[in-house]
Design a binder for this molecule. Structure first.
Ligand code: PMV
Length: 329
């Protein structure tokens, strides 16, 4: 099945005539239990379920406007040449929806693009929501989650705020592979990120996932790892057990990186600064501070902590930005 078949199914009977423009915001999200590996590459269907926390005001705002002529894409007010992967990936996604025109896309991102800070998640979720506004489809959030997933897997979780679970689903067409919000409120929990580099990652998550699945012997253990971590994380969220949550999230992230390091050729997103930061976190924890790390497909480190430890952590990590900061990078 192709992406265009899924779109045709979702948009059957819906309006195809655009308004003047559509605009939307979607938050970035950081997975506490990671998605790593696709059972279907075309539709971005995952091997396992995953669970994330959306980053409040940190995300992407995107507007879309039909234009005569080819697509024009602006990132933070700067035009992106059409041959850049960022632009060609967006145009390929827009091909799923266009009738006879191009689009002008303006997107402003509060997270560095392609540095493992979930920019594609907020970007594709914001674009799916903006298209919904442009065409006035009034799709429900499950359907929008599917549309966002066709752009980038983790984007399906960014159509919601708060804690979100992406059910892997079993259907070949992926209609049951959707995100659902979890009814959890944990106002004292903090997720922050320490930006070690803003450089684009050397290898895309798509290629890294493919290589890991195909060549890493450790990948066979990944679904079992996820099943255990997901259950632990959900139980910890329900009881506000911070240490259980942190331990499961950190273990899960390191296990994901272990699977890719055991691939051939090896995939390693870590920089010396990554190891240094992880060591600092482990050292602080040994001294009694409740702080845990998680990492995505990039060298930057995210940390989980409690609001009472905010000041201490800001002293330890001066570049720390927290989801509660609002503001801009
Ligand atoms: O959505 P993608 O293809 O960028 O995959 C990202 C996967 C991780 O960020 C590494 C993990 C996750 O669940 O977000």
């Amino acid at each position: 099945m192709k992406k265009s078949d899924v779109v045709a199914q979702l948009l059957e009977g819906h309006n195809r005539v655009p308004r003047a423009s559509g605009q939307a915001f979607a938050p970035a999200n950081i997975a506490l239990c990671k998605y790593w590996g696709k059972r279907n590459e075309e539709l971005n269907l995952p091997v396992t379920s995953s669970l994330s926390l959306s980053l409040g005001e940190w995300g992407a705002t995107t507007s879309v406007e039909p234009v005569d002529g080819p697509d024009t894409i602006f990132l933070d007010d700067t035009p992106v040449p059409p041959d850049r992967p960022f632009a060609s990936r967006l145009s390929a996604y827009l091909d799923l929806f266009r009738t006879q025109h191009g689009y002008c896309i303006r997107t402003s991102s509060r997270v560095p693009v392609a540095a493992g800070l979930a920019s594609s998640a907020s970007g594709f979720a914001a674009l799916a929501l903006a298209l919904d506004a442009l065409y006035d489809w009034q799709l429900d959030r499950s359907q929008l989650s599917i549309l966002a997933r066709l752009g980038s897997g983790s984007a399906c979780r960014s159509v919601y705020d708060g804690f979100v679970e992406w059910q892997a689903g079993t259907r070949a067409d992926g209609m049951d592979s959707v995100a659902t919000p979890l009814d959890i409120d944990w106002p004292t929990l903090r997720l922050g990120w320490i930006t070690l580099t803003r450089a684009a990652k050397p290898i895309s998550s798509r290629v890294a996932m493919r290589r890991t699945r195909a060549t890493s012997k450790l990948y066979a253990a990944w679904p079992e790892q996820v099943a255990t971590d997901l259950a632990t994380i959900k139980a910890a969220l329900a009881t506000h057990d911070f240490d259980a949550l942190g331990q499961a999230a950190e273990t899960n992230a390191l296990a994901m990186h272990a699977t890719m390091m055991a691939a051939w050729p090896p995939v390693c997103y870590w920089l010396p600064e990554t190891v240094e930061t992880l060591n600092s976190i482990w050292h602080l924890r040994a001294e009694g501070l409740a702080v845990y790390a998680t990492m995505d497909a990039g060298p930057n480190v995210k940390i989980l902590y409690r609001d009472v430890d905010e000041a201490t952590l800001r002293t330890q990590f001066p570049s720390l930005i927290s989801m509660s900061d609002g503001g801009s990078t």
